[in-house]
Design a protein around this ligand. Structure first.
Ligand code: SF4
Length: 416
């Protein structure tokens, strides 16, 4: 799913992308594993590996959990209530490393975009790059995370859909995206909290909400997504409640009910069309799970209620899905579903055949939906001065010549 499904050339005055880390070599066979991102069972297994008795594991897991997720510890040495002997054993066997940030972009409106390099999952394999975007508002900070490297689904308006699927992310790699964002923003107790235009001024946290709307279809990476949500929502750690975590799907119907029943986050549907014929083209998974089946799954989504509405994402494509008749059909289609509608102005990427609807058309569409009783915010395009579309940053980086890469690294070094 693409939260910011649109792209634009960097505007004059925008900060240039900064490449701040050299590409990793393939993982060495003797590389230590990071404990950051693991769930409690994973931590217990790691402790067992270094000889911590089963009796002691529960208490040690609680200590690690506190330091890793509540305090954002970067080293075992910070864990002052863990004995020196155990800290040394942990340090000899494991790390608390995060993925490297290879590109960071900061928009004039405070939106931040990071390209992360994940170590290869198989020895000798290449590292993989994924993106995440941070969108600050006065009272919240939303982090859009990826669930796959690439995507299989080829939605015709989406840039990520042009990239081949490499693999699903692990649960730990999803959790680590959130941890990296909080590291970069100083969003842990006792850290230097990031300041700057656009950052939240209310509340004590900078990352308050998570949306699975980055690269990939989260319900095709169900196990990783479900497991990562349990870690993210844990009140003794990162503490981002399930009402603040939204999973956005293109419509993988069999997993929708399961997600609601087993995990219970908020749900968003990448809808974009009200007729099967058009949705087959825009969101091809519709051929497998057409609108009727998809909307029935929404109607019966276990956590949905008036207080927990399902979000329907609708990208505005000129002359394609933006007529008043489409707006009326949308209202009819959603009858009986606790819903809100997000209208997203399309921002074309190179090679796309679509254009964004005129502003007047978007307003007219929004009015019809609003009069029918739905809140229908038109999502303000964010980060337009950086390469803000999911999938775009990765492609742009791949296109950089060796000389440009060197220049970026030199700039980064100079900025330190
Ligand atoms: S499912 Fe894949 S192709 Fe479709 S919008 Fe999401 S990332 Fe893009």
């Amino acid at each position: 799913m693409n939260l910011i499904d649109t792209t634009a050339a960097p505007a004059a005055g925008a900060r240039a992308p900064v490449e701040i880390a050299a590409p990793l070599a393939a993982r060495r066979a003797d590389a230590k594993r990071s404990l950051a991102g693991l769930d409690r069972a994973g931590l217990a297994a790691a402790l067992a590996e270094i000889g911590v008795s089963e009796r002691e594991q529960r208490m040690r897991v609680a200590q690690l959990w506190h330091w890793i997720y509540l305090r954002g510890a970067l080293s075992f040495d910070e864990m002052t209530n863990v004995g020196k002997g155990l800290r040394e054993k942990l340090g000899a066997a494991f790390t608390l490393d995060r993925p490297e940030v290879v590109v960071e972009q900061v928009s004039n409106d405070g939106t931040r975009k990071w390209l992360l390099r994940l170590p290869p999952d198989i020895d000798g394999d290449k590292p993989h790059d994924v993106e995440m975007v941070y969108i600050p508002e006065s009272d919240r900070g939303t982090l859009c995370v990826s669930s796959q490297v690439g995507c299989t689904l080829n939605c015709s308006f989406c840039h990520t859909g042009t990239q081949r699927l490499v693999r699903n992310l692990t649960a730990a790699e999803i959790v680590l995206q959130v941890m990296v964002a909080r590291d970069r923003l100083g969003d842990y107790p006792g850290r230097d909290r990031a300041v700057g235009p656009g950052l939240p001024t209310e509340g004590d946290r900078l990352v308050t909400n998570i949306v699975f709307m980055g690269m990939g279809e989260p319900l095709y990476a169900y196990d990783s997504v479900a497991k990562s949500i349990e870690v993210l929502a844990d009140g003794e750690g990162l503490g981002i409640g399930k009402r603040r975590i939204t999973v956005s799907t293109s419509g993988v119907v069999p997993e929708i009910e399961k997600l609601g029943r087993e995990v219970g986050p908020m749900l968003a549907i990448s809808l974009h069309a009200v007729r099967d014929e058009l949705r087959d083209e825009l969101v091809p998974i519709n051929k497998k799970y057409p609108l009727k089946v998809l909307l029935e799954a929404c109607r019966t989504y276990p956590p949905a209620s008036n207080a927990k509405r399902i979000t329907f994402e609708y990208v505005m494509l000129k002359g394609v899905n933006d007529s008043p008749a489409d707006a009326k059909a949308l209202v009819k289609l959603l009858a009986g579903i606790p819903a809100k509608i997000n209208l997203i102005p399309f921002n074309p990427w190179p090679g796309t055949k679509y254009e964004c609807s005129d502003w007047e058309t978007i307003e007219q569409f929004s009015d019809i939906v609003f009069r029918a009783g739905y809140s229908s915010p038109v999502r303000t395009p964010r980060g337009r001065d950086i390469l803000a579309a999911c999938g775009q940053l990765k492609s742009e980086t791949e296109k950089l010549s060796a000389r440009e890469r060197l220049a970026l690294r030199a700039m980064a070094a100079a900025a330190e």
